[in-house]
Design a protein around this ligand. Structure first.
Ligand code: PMP
Length: 383
C-alpha cells in the first residue's frame, strides 16, 4: 500500500460502513415498492436513512432525494431546475472554479436556450459578492457555487451568497462534495435551496449521492420511470448504498470534530514546512479559508505530473488536480482562474488528507519531497 494523499479523488469505504451494508446484500433484499414483508422492511430502512441523512445537513427527510452520485445530483439540480423554471427566466450563474460536472452541465444548458454567466474568483479562489451581484439580471433564476473547492480547498462565503440569492428571489445551489465531513453543513443557516452530497466523500460506498431540495423548489425529473423519490428520481433504490451512506453519516457526526482537528494539524504542518524546506514553492488557495484536509502548492521550474510520478516511485500517491479531468492535457481551469500562468498551473500539486492518514505519513512526505523536487529541477530546462 502506498501512502495516500489523494482523498479528494476517492476515499476508501470505512470498514464499519461495509459491515452495516452486508445484511442488505445477504438477507434484506426487498424492494420498497413491494407490499409484502420484505418490501415493508426495505421501505422502513430507506426512510430511517433519509431521516439521518437529512439531519446531517439540518434538513427535513422529505427534502432528500437519493441519486447515483454527485454528478447526477448536479445534473438534477441545474437541468431539473432550469427546465422547470424556464418561464421565470433563462439565466444561470456559476463560478469560474466549479467542478467540471457543473461546467459541462452549463455548456449543455447554453446549447439548449439558457444563458450562463461565470463569476470570477480572487487570487485565493473566493467568489467576490459584488461581482456576483453585478451579474444578476431580471432573468436570473439560479446561482450555483460550490461550498468549497475540490482542488485548492478554498471555502466560499456561502452564507453571503445564500443571503444575496434569497434577497433577489433566486435559487441557490451548492455542490458540497468537497466540504462534507470537513465543515458543519446547515442548509437553513446558509440559505441553500439545492445541495449536492456524495456518499464516498464521507467514506461511504460509491454510486450513491443525495440532492437536497428545499420544500417549495420545483424541479423537472431527469430520470423518468416508476416514480420513486417522489417522482424526482425513478428507479429502484440502491438500498445497500443508502444504508452505507447513513452509517457513514453516523460515524462522521461522532468523529468529525476530532478528525478535522487532527487533519488540520497535518495540513498546517505541510503548509508551514514545505515552502520553508523547498525554495520557490508557493501555496495555492486561501491561507485561512481552506478545508482542513487540503494543501496545494506550486513548485517553480517543474511539472506537477513529473513530481507526481516521482512520488509514485517512492510509494506516495498525490494528485495534480481533479481526477475527473485528468484525461485532458489542459491545465486546471481552477488554477487558471486564480490568475496562474499555464506553466505555473502545470507545476502545481495537490495533497488531500483523510481518515486513514497518520502523522508518520506526513513525516515521510516531508522527508522525501525536497530531494525529489531538487532532482527534477536539476533535470529541468525550465529551472
Ligand atoms: N463535485 C465535486 C466537487 C467533486 O469533487 C466530484 C468528484 N468527486 C463530483 C462533483 C462528481 O462526483 P461523482 O464522480 O461521484 O459523481
Amino acid at each position: 500500500m502506498s501512502i495516500y494523499f489523494d482523498y479528494q479523488s476517492s476515499k476508501p469505504v470505512d470498514p464499519r460502513v461495509i459491515e452495516a451494508m452486508i445484511p442488505y446484500y445477504r438477507k434484506e433484499f426487498g424492494n420498497p415498492s413491494s407490499l409484502h414483508m420484505e418490501g415493508d422492511e426495505a421501505s422502513r430502512i430507506v426512510e430511517e436513512c433519509r431521516e439521518n441523512i437529512a439531519s446531517f445537513i439540518k434538513a427535513e427527510p422529505d427534502e432528500i432525494v437519493f441519486t447515483s452520485g454527485a454528478t447526477e445530483s448536479n445534473n438534477l439540480a441545474l437541468i431539473g431546475f432550469a427546465l422547470r423554471n424556464r418561464a421565470k427566466g433563462n439565466h444561470i450563474i456559476i463560478s469560474e472554479i466549479e467542478h467540471i460536472s457543473i461546467h459541462n452541465i452549463a455548456k449543455y444548458l447554453t446549447k439548449n436556450g439558457f444563458e450562463v454567466s461565470k463569476v470570477p474568483v480572487d487570487q485565493y479562489g473566493r467568489v467576490d459578492i459584488r461581482k456576483l451581484l453585478g451579474r444578476i439580471t431580471e432573468r436570473t433564476i439560479l446561482v450555483s457555487v460550490g461550498y468549497a473547492n475540490n482542488e485548492i480547498g478554498t471555502i466560499q462565503p456561502v452564507l453571503q451568497i445564500g443571503e444575496l440569492c434569497r434577497k433577489k428571489k433566486i435559487a441557490f445551489h451548492s455542490d458540497a462534495v468537497a466540504a462534507q465531513g470537513l465543515l458543519p453543513l446547515d442548509v437553513g443557516r446558509d440559505r441553500i435551496d439545492l445541495l449536492t452530497l456524495s456518499s464516498n466523500d464521507i467514506y461511504g460506498p460509491k454510486g450513491l449521492g443525495v440532492l437536497y431540495v428545499r420544500k417549495g423548489i420545483r424541479l423537472n425529473p431527469l430520470i423518468i420511470g416508476g416514480g420513486q423519490e417522489r417522482g424526482l428520481r425513478s428507479g429502484s433504490e440502491n438500498i445497500p448504498g443508502i444504508v452505507g451512506m447513513k452509517r457513514a453519516v453516523e460515524i462522521m457526526e461522532k468523529e468529525m470534530e476530532k478528525e478535522v482537528e487532527r487533519l488540520g494539524k497535518y495540513r498546517d504542518r505541510l503548509i508551514g514546512t514545505i515552502p520553508k524546506i523547498i525554495l520557490r514553492c508557493h501555496l495555492n488557495g486561501h491561507p485561512k479559508q481552506r478545508l482542513a484536509n487540503n494543501a496545494h502548492f506550486r513548485f517553480e521550474g517543474i511539472e506537477g505530473e513529473s513530481l507526481l510520478l516521482s512520488l509514485k516511485d517512492k510509494g506516495i500517491s498525490v494528485s495534480t488536480g481533479s481526477a475527473c479531468s485528468s484525461m485532458t492535457l489542459e491545465p486546471s481551469h481552477t488554477l487558471i482562474s486564480l490568475g496562474l500562468l499555464h506553466e505555473e498551473a502545470h507545476g502545481s500539486l495537490e495533497f488531500t488528507l483523510g481518515r486513514f492518514n497518520k502523522e508518520e505519513d506526513v513525516d515521510r512526505l516531508l522527508e522525501v519531497l525536497p530531494g525529489v523536487v531538487e532532482r527534477l529541477r536539476e533535470l529541468s530546462p525550465l529551472y
